[in-house]
Write a protein that binds this ligand. Sequence first.
Ligand code: NCD
Length: 336
Amino acid sequence: MDSNRWPEVRHVLGVDQFDRPFLDRICLLTQEIRELCDKPDGKRLLKEQFADRSAMLYFSQPSSRTYTSFKRACQKLGVDIVDVRDPNTSSEVKGESKMDTIRTFSSYVDVIVMRTKEQGLAAQAAAHLDQTPRPRPIVNAGSGADEQPTQVLLDIYTMARSFKDHGGIDGKTIALVGDLKRGRTVRSLAKLMRHYHDMMLLLVSPPAFRMQQDILDHLDSHRDRVRYEVVDDLRAAVCRADAVYMTRVQDEHDVDGESAKVSINDFCFTPEHLTLLRPEGVVMHPGPRRQELDLRCDDDPRVKYWRQMRNGMWVRTALLACIFATLGKERKERRR
Ligand code: NCD
C-alpha cells in the first residue's frame, strides 16, 4: 500500500470540496482496500497502518448506517474509537458551548466525525479548531438538512460500480425521488453531478417537497453538464432512468407536523416499477427505508439498497485512510 498516491484530505465538510479526480481516486482506493481485505494478510496490513491513531464519533442525531460504518471503518484501520451519541451525556447539558465541547474532544483524538442537527456546525467546528494549537480534521457525517458528503461518496462509488460495464456514471439519467426539499443526501448528490458529463436529473416529488431553489440555481449554472426536469409521474421517470434514488420523508425537520398532510402514495417504488426499469438500471436508497421502497423489491438484483450501505463502510475506510495518511505526512513535515 503506497499512501503517497492517496488523495490528501483534511476536513470533509461538504461536497463542494470534491472534484472529479478526487471522486475517481476515492473510488479506486475503495476498490483497492476492499480487495486487500479479501486476503488475511491484507486485512492485517491494513489494521497496522494507523494503529497509533484515534477517532471521535460524535453523533448527536440518530444514525445506524453512518455510525456503524464509520466505526467499522476505524476498526479496519486499527484506529481507536471514542464516541458520544447522546449530547445529554456530555457537558453540553451543563451549559458548555458546542465549540468548547468539540475542542475538548480534539484534545484526546486525531479526527472528529460528527453528525448534528445544526446546519453548518461541522464547518464552524473545523474553522474553530483550525485556530487552536490542535487543528484536528472534522468529518461531516450529516449536518441538519444541509449536507451528507460521505453518503454521496458511497452513492457515487455504488453507481460507478453498477455502471462499470455501461460507460460509467457519465451520460446517465438519475431520478431523485421523495423529499427533495429537506433530504440532505439528494441535495449533496445533485450538487456533485456537475463533475460528470451529460447528466440528466429527473426531480420527482410531491409539490410540497420540491428541490429548493439554491440547488436548482446551482444546476442552472452548470447546465452544460447537468440538465434537470421536474417530473410529477414516478412511472414516467422510472422508464427513462438509469438510476432511481429513493428517499424518505424527512419529517424530523417539520415545524408543525406538516409532512403528515402530504401524500406520498404516488412516490413509492413498487414491484410494478421494476417492470418499467431497464435491465441495467439500479434502485438506490440512502436508508432508512420506509414505505417509499417496497420490501418486495429487495430480491431484484437491480435494487442496490443493501449493497449501498455495505459500500459505505468501504468508502469510509478509504476516506479515513486518506485523512490519517495526510496527518502522518503533516507530522513528518513538522519534525523536519
Ligand atoms: C440519511 C441521512 O441521515 O442523511 N441516512 C444516512 O445517513 N444513511 C438519509 C435519511 O435519514 O433519510
